[in-house]
Design a protein around this ligand. Structure first.
Ligand code: ARG
Length: 445
């Protein structure tokens, strides 16, 4: 039963929060006249020595400590006798565990938000550097239309800006103090939950004591934000894997973020990018698992709730590592502009723009699409590029195609025409970069 029921092996990492919440409760009990100032001072002193022991790795657990909460309380009672035995008045492990968990998550969400911001800054930095680099854009992983590479990098940056907002929203959800709810019914002792919340730096206090100990919405909100962030990191990782293949050759990883093969000496494997790709399902699984734990659970506290911690801890650890790796990888990556430009110079990528040219001449788009498809087919059959087709050949396909067809196919013209909102023309990309930078300047909380 002990091996099955104890959470100490994994909730030890809440020691800082448990000590902080216990010290705040001691001050609350003093204000309520339940602890003398001397008792409160002795408790705070003992908590400080417990903190030092935890910090040094010398805190001694007792075989009977089920979790971090019982360990800290037992430590106080061992040291102080009655003064320690008074600490649990007006509280329960139910409100205590929720308080510890929320405090821990508050710090984690802020750290992750700042990790997202650092990654966003690395992406924006690369976008700035490669503002004028050409690259092919893809749909179905087939070359589709030419773009500025910065346009593509920024398409990875804006999802991260949304992730940043979601992480701060998860922080706000966690920022509610459950202390004072006691087991779930509140307490007959004259405690002031608002004062305790302020003491611990919580922005708000619970409205209903039963909800306060049952609620794990904040953990779900964080895991949902984390799962979405995981998807974005995974898509970025996958593109880095593609870009660094010999087949694409668009990018070269810094040696610090690549690994060799144990047998093939020439290999430079994008392990970090592959791991980014593979962590997404793990994050999504933690979200699904906690949904599973919570759904159908009767109010109020049930031991099931102990199963919230490992999912959340692993999600936080995973995201801390992923964000660090993604940022480091992007800061050190070298993009091979000439390879990307050569891939973007494929004239067939201008097919959509030729169709748009016909549209400007009054041809219905569906018809112009067919005309250009015919030209592409013809060029392929004759083994020439679009601009090598002679004017007579054009005339056979359309009456309104003239020299502008050739002008359009010269490099750059395709790109600079995409001036619509959020488009890939340089001016629009500059605006996007400025907008991404504004996210970087937004206050963190
Ligand atoms: N270890 C427990 C948890 O993590 C703490 C709360 C225990 N409360 C109780 N009534 N058994 O959920």
């Amino acid at each position: 039963m002990q091996a099955f029921g104890d959470s100490l092996p994994f909730d030890q990492r809440l020691w800082r929060e448990d000590i902080a919440a216990t010290a705040a409760h001691a001050r609350a009990l003093e204000r309520a006249g339940i602890l003398t100032p001397e008792e409160r001072a002795a408790i705070e002193e003992a908590l400080a020595s417990a903190a030092a022991a935890f910090e040094a790795g010398t805190f001694e657990f007792d075989g009977a400590d089920e979790d971090i909460h019982s360990a800290v309380e037992r430590y106080l009672t061992d040291r102080l006798g009655d003064a320690g035995a008074k600490i649990h008045a007006g509280r329960s492990r139910n409100d205590l565990v929720a308080a510890d968990f929320r405090l821990w998550l508050k710090a984690a969400t802020l750290r992750i938000a700042s990790g997202i911001r650092d990654l966003l800054a690395a992406l924006a930095g690369q976008a700035e550097t490669h503002r004028d680099a050409l690259a092919p854009g893809y749909t179905h992983l087939q070359r589709a239309q030419p773009i500025l590479f910065a346009h593509h990098l920024l398409a990875h940056a804006f999802p991260l800006a949304r992730d940043f907002d979601r992480m701060l929203a998860a922080h706000r959800a966690a920022d509610v103090s459950p202390l004072g709810a006691a087991a779930f019914a509140g307490t007959s002792l004259p405690l002031d939950p608002v004062a305790t919340a302020a003491d611990l730096g919580f922005a708000r206090v619970f409205d209903n004591a039963a909800d306060a100990v049952s609620d794990r919405d904040f953990a779900l909100e964080f895991l949902a934000a984390g799962a979405i962030l995981g998807v974005h990191l995974s898509r970025l990782g996958e593109e880095i894997v593609l870009w660094t293949t010999s087949e694409f050759g668009f990018a070269v990883l810094d040696d610090a973020y690549a690994q060799g093969s144990s047998i093939m000496p020439q290999k430079k494997n994008p392990d970090a990018a592959e791991l980014l790709r593979a962590k997404a399902p793990r994050l999504a699984a933690h979200l699904v698992a906690l949904h599973g734990v919570l759904h159908g659970l009767p109010l109020t506290y049930n031991k099931d709730l102990q199963e919230d911690k490992e999912h959340l801890f692993d999600a936080v650890d995973t995201l801390d590592l992923c964000l660090d790796a993604a940022r480091g990888m992007l800061e050190g990556i070298t993009f091979r502009r000439s390879r990307m430009a050569a891939a973007a110079a494929d004239e067939f990528l201008a097919a959509t723009d030729v169709a748009d040219l016909l549209v400007r001449r009054g041809v219905p788009f569906r018809e112009s699409h067919g005309v250009v498809a015919g030209l592409v087919r013809r060029a392929l059959e004759e083994g020439v590029t679009l601009s090598e087709l002679p004017p007579e050949a054009l005339a056979e396909h359309s009456e309104v195609l003239d020299d502008e067809f050739y002008a359009l196919l010269t490099e750059g013209a395709w790109l600079e025409s995409k001036v619509s909102e959020g488009g890939t023309a340089l001016e629009r990309v500059r605006e996007q970069l400025a907008e991404a930078r504004r996210t970087l300047e937004a206050p963190a909380a």
